[in-house]
Design a protein around this ligand. Sequence first.
Ligand code: PXP
Length: 247
Amino acid sequence: MRFYVNIDHVATVRQARRTDEPDPVRAAVLAELGGAHGITVHLREDRRHIQDRDVRLLAETCRTALNLELATSDEIVALACEVRPTQATLVPERREEITTEGGLAVTDPAACAALVDALSALREAGVRTSLFIDPDPAALEASARLGVDAVELHTGEYANARTAEERRTQLERLGSAARQARAFGLAVHAGHGLTYENVQPVAAIPELEELNIGHSVVSRALFTGMERAVREMGRLIREARAGLEVR
Ligand code: PXP
């Protein structure tokens, strides 16, 4: 199974100050050194975290694979066709949302028309295509009709389940969607809301071949790296003070 790390939140911290650190391109290198099989970024129309520059640089520097998440905006589809990531995952996007809230409305004819155009442009550019969908039979059928290479099953409802029974129900829903996808000949990915605590039952679904995980990994990185970051800044400050005393 492939594990792709979504590094959007590294860019979220950078954009909080509109400065040049932390750089998601550097984070991608470290994620790859940590064993990630690929890097995922979402270039949103509102550019709230990842910027065009990041996508261009990542396309050049990723040693593993680059999975670009995007909505069906002409401008962003054109950029994707130009930089040619390994894979493009089409996702729904609403300006007010905090994060992607649900799967694509693949059963809605109007939404589908936009998907058809985006998919044919991406395919022509030689980019592998995936659709982020809810784990439902109708969404899977519609995705198979669209002729994509893969679907990414939305694991948000599983992640948000409040009781063990609800979690079990959502896990079964994901398992049966994964089997249905394979029966349609689609590769199956999954992601959203997966954490160190809830990832294992999903990772054990045999048909899944790729997981996309972001928030929880970036959150953990903040803590596993915090101690060293503080120690190094403290050392610089102490060295400067010691210099004062010598002078
Ligand atoms: N997959 C898709 C399609 C997403 O939009 C996101 C969030 O950007 C993820 C996976 C990763 O979700 P999380 O950050 O909750 O791990």
